[in-house]
Design a protein around this ligand. Structure first.
Ligand code: ATP
Ligand code: MG
Length: 463
């Protein structure tokens, strides 16, 4: 029996003893009996050095779900799976794992900075007979009771409960079902995001991969830093490289690493700059905003003209902005300056923890305004498959760590340029037995052909 339980037991025993005293009991009305019992419990309770805090599952008249209760449930699920004897199991929303939480009427002990405390999960049941139903309606309401010694009051009410709520919310975010949003007619619509690509399955040089992962993780933990330097908590990446080098796969890996939602913004489907701003303001925190093929999304020649025109107009008369807006809405299209203004200004003013990623196959064609220093925080080149990338793919597709044909593939990859997508195509097992040798030979043949063609082309050009 834990010390708080001992006190509770003492309180009810003294109450019961008094009531069961045979001389008095027959003469006492029921209301008086319960009064004496509760009074005794309160009296013994006042002597108890333990403090109790109850967190109900539902609160208020309209019985709203108590967020603190769900956060505590998440927090306790991690420690209760180790300590509680009776557990309740539920499937997560993304159906990938089971969550174990302590069952009703279970108690577990926790410790925080040397203070010992107890969590008890209780439930109250009320049987209400519905007016037009033959079946009784059982209304269950759960609660958690936290008990601790009064000498730790400040520590538990302050830092400990903050810690529990923060941890619980983080677990909630980790187990939530992530979404991918796409814009359509000025609105975001979503589907469940379940992309299997992770940094582990991505074929690229290990150092580069590590650098990107560290950059992302340090960004996700830098809330306090961004607040201190007075900068919006967002980060911009430009991914560039030929088709099939893994730009879209990298975006999925980023979202999977950080547990973020994805917003895929199709600029050609956005009516004008105003609609763009509205869409950007609707984006939630913890998200990756993606604008793919930025060089194709906006009309290049018009776009350059528009920027210059707009800059000239603003230089001449800064009050002409209303005119500019009118023209934007009439032309029903997004301009590059509109995009940049929204991203630099408005977007950064709302929320935090957001990443924006642009992708392009032709970095040289991009408007200098888009890639000027400081606009994007990181430029990542996705390039042709190297030997390290090939090894990741061979391991993933053929479950091969090494093979006598690897050295030949390594030599050829230095001389012939092939995208990871094409290499992966050759390594895809064609038979059920998945004969690795056949796949590697097919890759070698293809690489030799690429090398030959490149050699012939170079010769021709030299001539
Ligand atoms: N670096 C890589 N690592 C692992 N798989 C890759 C890589 N690059 C490409 N692939 C494979 O090739 C397919 C196409 O890649 P992906 O769509 O990411 O290329 P992309 O660079 O976005 O191309 P595009 O420029 O045409 O959009 C992916 O489904 C993936 O299986
Ligand atoms: Mg792509």
């Amino acid at each position: 029996m834990t010390p708080p339980e001992l006190y509770a037991f003492l309180a009810s025993t003294i109450g019961s003893l008094m009531l069961f005293w045979p001389f008095f009991r027959p003469y006492l009305p029921y209301s008086l009996q319960s009064f004496i019992q509760s009074y005794c419990q309160r009296w013994v309770g006042s002597l108890s050095p333990y403090v109790h805090v109850t967190f109900h599952e539902f609160i208020g008249e309209r019985l709203m779900r108590n967020e603190a209760h769900s956060a505590i449930q998440n927090y306790l699920s991690s420690s209760s799976s180790m300590h509680a004897k009776r557990l309740r199991a539920e499937m997560t929303k993304n159906k990938q794992s089971l969550i174990l939480s302590m069952d009703d009427y279970e108690e577990i002990t926790d410790e925080f900075e040397g203070a010992k405390l107890w969590w008890y999960s209780g439930k109250s049941i009320s049987n209400k007979q519905q007016p037009f139903s033959l079946y009784p309606f059982t209304d269950e309401k759960r609660h958690y009771k936290l008990t601790f010694h009064k000498q730790h009051r400040d520590l538990i009410i302050g830092p400990y409960l903050d810690h529990v709520l923060k941890e619980g919310k983080e677990i909630e975010i980790r187990k939530r079902q992530r979404k991918m949003y796409m814009n359509h007619d000025g609105m975001w619509s979503s589907v469940v995001f379940e992309h299997p690509t992770t940094f582990e399955t991505l074929a690229m040089e290990p150092e580069k991969k590590q650098e990107i992962m560290e950059d992302l993780i340090s960004f996700s933990k830098a809330e306090e830093l961004y607040a201190r330097i007075g900068k919006a908590w967002k980060r911009g990446y430009l991914l560039y490289g030929p088709p099939g080098t893994g730009k879209s796969s990298m975006i999925a890996a980023m979202a999977n690493l950080l547990n973020y939602d994805i917003y895929e913004l199709e600029l050609t489907g956005v009516k004008d700059n105003t609609e763009l701003r509205r869409l950007l303001m609707d984006v939630s925190n913890k998200s990756v905003m993606v604008i793919e093929d930025i060089d194709c999304s906006l009309n290049l020649t018009n776009r350059r003209k528009t920027i210059r025109e707009e800059e000239e107009e603003e230089m001449k008369d800064p009050k002409q902005n209303p005119l500019k807006d009118e023209r934007d809405s009439k032309s029903s299209r997004v301009t590059l300056s509109g995009l940049l203004n929204s991203i630099d200004g408005l977007w950064s003013a709302y929320g935090g923890e957001r990443i924006i990623v642009f992708t392009t196959n032709h970095v040289e064609k991009l408007d200098p305004a888009l890639i000027r220093d400081g606009r994007m925080d990181k430029y990542i080149e996705m390039s042709y498959c190297g030997f390290e990338g090939f090894k990741v793919l061979a391991n993933r597709y053929l479950k091969l760590e090494s093979h006598h044909l690897f050295s030949r593939v390594g030599e050829l990859l230095q001389e012939a340029q092939m995208t990871p997508a094409k290499v992966a195509g050759h390594l895809m097992p064609k038979t059920i037995s998945g004969d690795a040798e056949i796949c590697l030979e097919s890759l070698i043949k293809a690489l030799e052909l690429v090398k030959e063609t490149a050699g012939l082309k170079a010769e021709k050009e030299a001539k």
